[in-house]
Design a protein around this ligand. Structure first.
Ligand SMILES: [Fe+2]
Ligand SMILES: [Fe+2]
Length: 433
């Protein structure tokens, strides 16, 4: 099969141009498989005899995240079909919707027949995953639900469709799901267990490759057609990326949930970030830097170090949106302010050098100096700051993660701003997201 390269004259060739919507449809027909025909007889034996109790617990936690995700993406795909501008895109998306339903049924069968949850209906089987859902995964799918609701309500603009594709195909499928699939497939192959599940996962993986390729092509096309696409994509990445850190967060931060299968959390997270960068490049987007869609990340820092830092912050509660205690961990705070420093928009409206400071009741104070093209965050209070926030860590973290509203925090006296009103009013346009 030779993919047909479609490129517009004068526009640079992208890896996305090697992808063709009709070819993806053709591959779907050729790759059809049955979730109903998989044989789980040996899987039941392996699950109960080769896996020990902790392995069963760890695997169930992980597979629950997948089952929930597959059900969600199956439910959220139909508005994409209405919003896609081209007939061949609609046809492919219809095949993708069938795939996602098949994936959900595949997991449902495994939960019933191998794990033995004995759900009477699909809804009941699905309920059995609730206990294992992380804050991160709930937040990511909450955002997906909101964006697809906007498509459903009739916003079929290229910018809205691009946000939906960035979230669904790039973040959920390309970064989270595919990384998890590789992790699972690797250890099942090495251990040579769960042959039915393994064969199902191999098919899921092939399906997901098509879905992701479609997303890369569609986002590249939309971006070339409308200048509002890129800012919209930046916005959705700014909202959702912090929540992705906590998707694959094991109960009690117990890394044995991953290590029991011969892998580390850092490796899994690093792979996910690399995948995302690769897909963004294929679609013609920069990831980091002032023009990137992830400007809050430091381009000088390796994927691995980024993942390590994210986990330090996570263990201190910084990605909990203020739903859990935020620890006064100086290192986590340093990484947090690094993100804030990078989040200052290149086109911010501040005319003069400006200093914002945070006078925390439960941690060391920090300040941020914004001076034309550069911004620098540092520990301590400074005299003559333009705006000072008196607050506590949990409140500020809740605000930056969108869990709380600034007006509400001020009214409840959890956040006390002082200083220049003009600077305060301009702040929402100073930071990304
Ligand atoms: Fe899927
Ligand atoms: Fe998918």
């Amino acid at each position: 099969m030779t993919p047909i390269a479609i490129s517009e004259p004068g526009k640079p060739q992208l890896a996305a141009d090697q992808i063709d919507y009709v070819d993806l449809y053709r591959r779907w027909e050729a790759g059809n498989w049955s979730a109903m025909d998989l044989d789980f007889t040996q899987d039941k034996v392996d699950w109960n005899e080769t896996f020990d109790e902790f392995m069963r617990k760890a695997a169930r936690w992980n597979y629950s995240l997948f089952f929930f995700g597959e059900d969600e993406v199956a439910d959220q795909l139909s508005p994409f079909i209405d919003a896609a501008p081209l007939e061949e895109q609609k046809y492919f998306l219809t095949t993708q919707q069938v795939d996602e339903a098949r994936h959900a049924i595949f997991f449902s069968r495994f939960f019933n027949e191998v794990i033995g949850v004995n759900g009477g209906s699909y809804a009941e089987t699905l309920q059995s995953v609730d206990q294992d859902l992380t804050y991160g995964i709930k937040k990511v799918f909450q955002s997906l639900g909101r964006v697809t609701d906007e498509l459903r309500a009739g916003d079929h603009s290229k910018a809205k469709l691009a946000q939906a594709v960035a979230l669904y195909h790039f973040i959920v499928e390309g970064t989270l799901a595919q990384t998890g699939q590789h992790f699972i497939a690797d250890y099942l192959n090495k251990m040579d267990v769960l042959p039915g599940f393994r064969s199902g996962m191999e098919n899921v993986e092939k399906d997901e490759q098509r879905h992701i390729a479609f997303g890369v092509k569609l986002l590249a096309d939309l971006n070339r057609q409308d200048p509002e696409v890129k800012p919209a994509v930046r916005e959705i990445f700014g909202e959702v990326m912090p929540h992705t850190v906590g998707v694959f967060r094991p109960p009690n931060d117990d890394e044995r949930y991953v290590e029991v299968f011969g892998e580390t959390l850092i490796n899994v997270a690093t792979t996910g970030q690399r995948q995302l960068d690769m897909r963004l490049a294929a679609a013609g987007f920069e990831s980091t830097g002032p023009d990137g869609v992830l400007p809050f990340l430091d381009p000088e820092v390796s994927h691995e170090t980024r993942a390590e830092r994210a986990f330090v912050m996570q263990r201190a509660g910084f990605f909990s949106g203020g739903t859990e205690h935020v620890k006064n961990d100086p290192l986590a705070l340093e990484y947090f302010f690094d993100l804030i420093e990078n989040s200052v928009r290149a086109d911010h409206p501040l005319k003069k050098p400006t200093t914002i400071q945070w006078d925390f009741s439960d941690a060391e104070p920090w300040h941020l100096r914004i001076d034309n093209g550069s911004s620098k965050a540092a520990k301590g209070l400074v005299s003559g700051a333009d705006v000072t926030f008196k607050t506590d860590l949990r409140t500020w973290v809740g605000l930056t993660m969108g869990e709380d509203k600034i007006g509400k925090a001020i009214l409840s006296r959890k956040l006390k701003p002082s200083g220049k009103l003009r600077t305060l009013v301009a702040l929402p346009r100073v930071f990304e997201g």
